[in-house]
Design a protein around this ligand. Structure first.
Ligand code: ZN
Length: 119
């Protein structure tokens, strides 16, 4: 219950901040199971809400994920389920392999998505 109310508070804060005229993107958002305690359900729930807001406002998404291949799959599946193929994405801090890269490129149109590499 406490987690749900905190999540709703964060989403309300995000929507309030996005009312400013100079906002050009929503992010970073995504999934991260590196290091810290990983609450998969909570992170996916929050990502879904951020995606809905970005689509509603037609703002590009800056996507972050860090973790194993399963995390990458969950992130991609969530985005593929909720975003139109033409939606603008910045795949920030990408450190996946070629297979993962091709899966992302298969789901989203090349001209509207950017990949920034990380080591
Ligand atoms: Zn990041």
């Amino acid at each position: 219950m406490e987690n749900t109310s905190k999540l709703n508070e964060w989403i309300s804060d995000l929507e309030w901040m996005l009312k400013a005229n100079r906002i050009i993107a929503v992010g970073e958002c995504g999934l991260d199971n590196s290091g810290r305690k990983w609450d998969e359900e909570k992170q996916i729930n929050f990502l879904e809400k951020q995606v809905v807001i970005a689509v509603k406002r037609d703002l590009p998404l800056v996507i972050h994920y860090r973790g194993d291949e399963r995390t990458a799959e969950m992130c991609l599946n969530t985005l593929a389920r909720l975003l139109p193929k033409h939606f603008k994405l910045n795949r920030h801090c990408f450190n996946g392999d070629e297979v993962i890269y091709r899966k992302w490129k298969c789901h989203f149109q090349t001209e509207n998505s950017a990949f920034h590499l990380s080591s």
